[in-house]
Design a protein. Structure first.
Length: 644
């Protein structure tokens, strides 16, 4: 066995050569960068991006193994990390492509990042360290099985006898074989490809086996569960995705765990994926091919019931997305594009720098409830750049039920995304290459924004955009308390009192509790599901819609104005009526009060509440107009003024 010196774990020759080649300087062709930044065919970029991710994964595994070697006793009672390393090296030498299926499996990166964090003291977990560290033997075993080489090793078994092999499936060992602490080591051995099943033996002698994956007619067994797979084909375009619902390291977001699928739910995913893939292939065939090369797996979450389906990616889990099962195929198509854009840009950012963080700066993002740093803002802008492109291509070719939805989606996101790109370019957070990249995105979006869309779709898109931005500001901006008191004192002196100057509000996450975005949901439902919208107009309670919300969307702005004023008198601490009042005032032509309510809702609300404490009955529209009339361009730091 090679001696460990200075806590470094030397790679065996074959792995060392692979690492040396992988970490050579990576190059991205300029044509690929242009295609990525302009929404063109960027399929040529995936060779360099994937090679970059392989370099990253090899280095991450190397760092993890070195950290294990530097932590004496962390592998006990399992064999040393060297034995796992030797098995990995044999597997790679046998078949690079099969080895890569385990190396590049998304959960491998999540495991390595998590264990490295535990060993460095930056992450904690209740699972015994030896089980998590010992998972390297499970990885090596999966690679050996994939490549068809014979081996004998030991692996950790936890979770009452569940043994998951990444990229392959899960073996359920007899539950009574677990010891008192619920974890033990099991022996795994196999003579190699074509020799029969892989044998697993527990410390007490119980035996289990899994089928030889290289024999197509190999029979399944009750205790073996392959990873569910989606495979859809339209024309010459095929998408294959694993539904990684059992792997302990599939999830990369705390508090969200995958839902274990049964046959019915797996078939539902398959059916929606088939329909979504048909849409993508029909309208964006080049993008579809790139997506199929980049995405490997979905970690299924609880199905979406209301609103947009939740989905998320992680830099540690290249090619994977955690995703709620969407309600329909179009939503799944949008979610796939959304996360594909994140995966693509994340891989690029591992090779080049487009941003450097601004100290203390936070920005508004029309797709988020919270303030965003510059890096998150760019990620979101790139994701929605892809979504805008999808709606643009889909609008003229959508199926009948989706035509209005597609036009509204295009109207909703093209101007909002363009505004974010302008915010990015106005910031100090982009590198020179980042400015070039963002400028190219902006040129494309600006051209799209000049395309004509029906007025009603544009009007609703503008309404929902203003509503979201003003609600975001009300929730995440905090006026200085001395300013609130000063304004209140001047108001109490009489209506002719001059409005004194004030400082900018401070951006701080969740100053006020989050409230459901009822108006935005109603507008979205109006275009996505008109029949449901009509039902909600008659039965608004399930969504929580107020009379003012319904009147505003019906175009009865004066009734909406009155209803929102009544809401504020009864519940002045609530957030939504303040922005609703601003939207209604704007529709009624009271632009001065509307500007105060929409551009500085946090200040108007705070002053009104202060006045109410003095038992004064005041008109919120009058307060908003007075505050706005003395407004001299102060604006919450880091936030672009809403478009009025």
């Amino acid at each position: 066995m090679t001696e460990i010196r200075k806590n470094r774990l030397p790679l065996l020759p074959h792995l060392a050569e692979a690492e040396r080649k992988a970490v050579d300087t990576h190059q991205i062709p300029v044509t690929s960068l242009i295609a990525m930044a302009t929404g063109g065919d960027d399929s040529e970029s995936f060779g360099p991006l994937r090679r970059g991710q392989k370099s990253k994964r090899l280095l991450l595994i190397r760092m993890t193994l070195e950290a294990i070697a530097a932590t004496p006793g962390s592998m006990t009672p399992l064999p040393s990390a060297h034995s796992a390393l030797r098995l990995l090296s044999r597997a790679q030498r046998k078949s690079e492509s099969d080895f890569d299926r385990v190396l590049m499996h998304p959960s491998t990166g999540v495991w390595a990042g998590h264990v490295l964090g535990r060993l460095r003291g930056t992450r904690s977990c209740s699972t015994p360290l030896w089980i998590e560290v010992g998972y390297v033997h499970t990885l090596a075993t999966a690679a050996a099985i994939r490549t068809g080489i014979g081996f004998a090793t030991c692996v950790p078994v936890s979770d009452g006898g569940r043994l998951h092999f990444p990229s392959l499936g899960t073996l359920f060992l007899p539950a009574h074989e677990a010891d008192d602490v619920g974890a033990y080591t099991a022996t795994v051995h196999w003579a190699g490809r074509g020799t029969g099943r892989v044998a697993i033996v527990s410390p007490r002698g119980a035996r289990a086996s899994l089928p030889d994956p290289h024999i197509s007619h190999s029979s399944g067994m009750a205790n073996w569960r392959p990873i569910p797979q989606i495979r859809v084909t339209h024309g010459s375009h095929t998408l294959e995705l694993a539904l990684d619902d059992v792997d302990s390291y599939a999830s990369f977001e705390i508090g969200r765990e995958p839902v274990v699928l049964d046959d019915h739910s797996t078939n539902h995913w398959q059916s929606l994926a088939d329909q979504a893939w048909e849409i993508l292939v029909r309208i964006q065939p080049d993008l579809s091919d790139s997506l199929a090369r980049a995405m490997f797996s979905i970690v299924p979450l609880v199905p979406s019931v209301e609103g947009e389906p939740y989905s998320v990616t992680s830099p540690e889990s290249f090619g994977s997305a955690m995703m709620e099962l969407p309600r329909d195929a179009t939503s799944l198509a949008v979610s796939l594009i959304h996360e594909f854009q994140h995966v693509k840009l994340g891989a690029l950012l591992d090779l080049i720098s487009l941003t450097h963080e601004e100290s203390g700066a936070f920005h508004y993002a029309p797709w988020r409830l919270d303030p965003r740093p510059i890096s998150g803002l760019l990620q979101g802008a790139y994701a929605y750049f892809g979504i805008v492109s999808f709606w643009r291509e889909y609008s003229p070719r959508a199926y009948a039920d989706d035509v209005f939805r597609a036009r509204f989606g295009y109207a909703r996101w093209r101007r909002s995304t363009l505004a974010v790109l302008d915010d990015l370019l106005a910031s100090d957070g982009l590198t020179d290459l980042g400015i070039w990249f963002t400028t190219n995105m902006r040129k494309t979006l600006h051209r799209w924004c000049e395309e004509v869309i029906p007025l009603q779709e544009e009007a609703d898109a503008a309404l929902i955009s203003q509503d979201h931005q003003s609600m975001w500001r009300l929730r995440n901006s905090e006026p200085a308390r001395p300013d609130v008191e000063l304004l209140s004192e001047h108001w109490l002196r009489g209506p002719l009192s001059t409005r004194p100057g004030t400082k900018s509000s401070t951006i701080r996450r969740d100053v006020l509790p989050r409230e459901r975005a009822v108006r935005s949901e109603l507008v979205r439902i109006r275009w996505e599901d008109p029949r449901r919208y009509e039902w909600l107009r008659r039965q608004p309670e399930p969504l929580g819609a107020a009379p003012g919300d319904l009147a505003l969307l019906d175009g009865d702005s004066r009734t909406a104005l009155r209803k929102f004023q009544e809401q504020i008198r009864h519940r002045p601490d609530a957030s939504s009526p303040w922005v609703g009042l601003g939207l209604a005032a704007k529709a009624c032509g009271n632009l001065n009060s509307a500007a105060g309510l929409l551009n500085q809702p946090e200040l108007v609300r705070a002053v009104y509440l202060q006045l109410v404490e003095h038992s004064r009955r005041v008109d919120p529209l009058a307060v908003a107009g007075w505050i706005n009339s003395g407004h001299v361009g102060e604006d919450a730091e880091g936030v672009s003024p809403p478009q009025t």
